[in-house]
Design a protein around this ligand. Sequence first.
Ligand code: UDP
Length: 464
Amino acid sequence: MGSVGQTATGHRRRVLFFSLPYQGHINPMFQLAGLLHARGFAVTVFHTHFNAPDASQHPAYDFVPVQFDGTPADSADTVRVTVEHVLAVNRACEAPFRERLAALLEEEEEEVACLVADAHLLTLMDVARGLGVPTLALRTGSAACFRWFMAFPMLCDKGYLSSHVAESQEPDMLVTELPPYRVRDMPSASGATLGLMRDLISRAVTAVNASSGLIINTFDALETDELASLRRGLAVPVFDIGPLHVHSPAASSSLLRQDRGCLDWLDARGPASVLYVSFGSLASMSAADLVETAWGIANSGRPFLWVLRPGLVRGAPPSQPPPLPDGFHAETRGRGTVVSWAPQEEVLAHPAVGAFWTHCGWNSTLEGVCAGVPMLCRPCFGDQMGNARYVDHVWRTGLALHGELERGKVEAAISTMMGAGGPGTALRGRARELCRRAAECMAKAGSSDLNVDKLVNHIMSLTA
Ligand code: UDP
């Protein structure tokens, strides 16, 4: 390793990063930064004031703040709020980013190799190219999801995505133009929100096509056909180098304080006995769903570790952990523990964890795959439904919970996943096999390992 990212005169080449300011985007970006830093590149992280990373956790990197501290609006319409926020980040950061980048180039132009930016930051990639800096697009979702992005105009035109059409169709109807998705696996929206989504997604496809390459957090054995389809449809090279958290674990990029005490709690549990429950950093649920979730977990009789993030329940005060139903603690005393935020990668790697109830954010899905545990999927919005489809139907390493959340369904699904014999044994066997294939891709001369070498060479060629 060591000196690959250096010029002939021995200077370290510098890679600039700009992530979207959300946990699920910040983590893979820091993991990629760690990987390239280990290959000899210097790292500069541009970031918004909103959700700023903790620079003290990364003393080897330079940090450049860009003025933007707008928080997403408080609304139950997560899709609309998130899309509007992403577009606002692009707009508001354009001028200050240009100023900051120009100042940096005056000092270090020789060294700068490229900007790696989230594929949702088209405006900022345009700014960088305007100043002569090559760009690479980072996609933090699956290859299947980006294939879906590329098909988005067709899906819109065929009416699959407008909510009144989606609602009138059978949710289980297969989208014949884009298998394995069904109507229910794709987000639907009405008029203005669908227009905003279309704008956001077409900007991401433009950003990738205008860049010098796509870096994507997935691996060949997981998404062979989907990656082949991206390579056919894109004019730029595609570097599937995931799962990034295995290359370069990054607990240090957590925006919330991780409660490490739960690892001690896990130490005292038997192998594969614990259900780990977490719905990520953005997903939300109704108060009624929380009650069904709680009693489903309690009635399963299994030990559990549950991440109950402040803000998880819509309508509850965002600064406090949501209240659990009366009697829940008494019923589960000694059997479970609840934390606000966990060191998730370490939790999933712990031998006591036997199953993962997840919202199917792509990072969580990959972390679950690499832990070799079966997953109970309760997707909430965006790409999560599509990810759940892959877990449940393509890899068959978990079960999806659709429709009304109901404690009996939850209890039955947990028993299937964790119980001895029957379908649970098959789920667990396939989950272990997928984990083994992930490890093969990451090992020396595996697909992801080779693609990291190709990426490093590509970066060195960009300004050579
Ligand atoms: N995460 C964590 N602690 C928790 C829950 C989640 O560190 O208690 C991390 C998790 O490991 C993952 C990220 O937060 O890397 C969530 O990203 P994901 O794409 O799964 O979901 P999002 O939060 O974007 O919906």
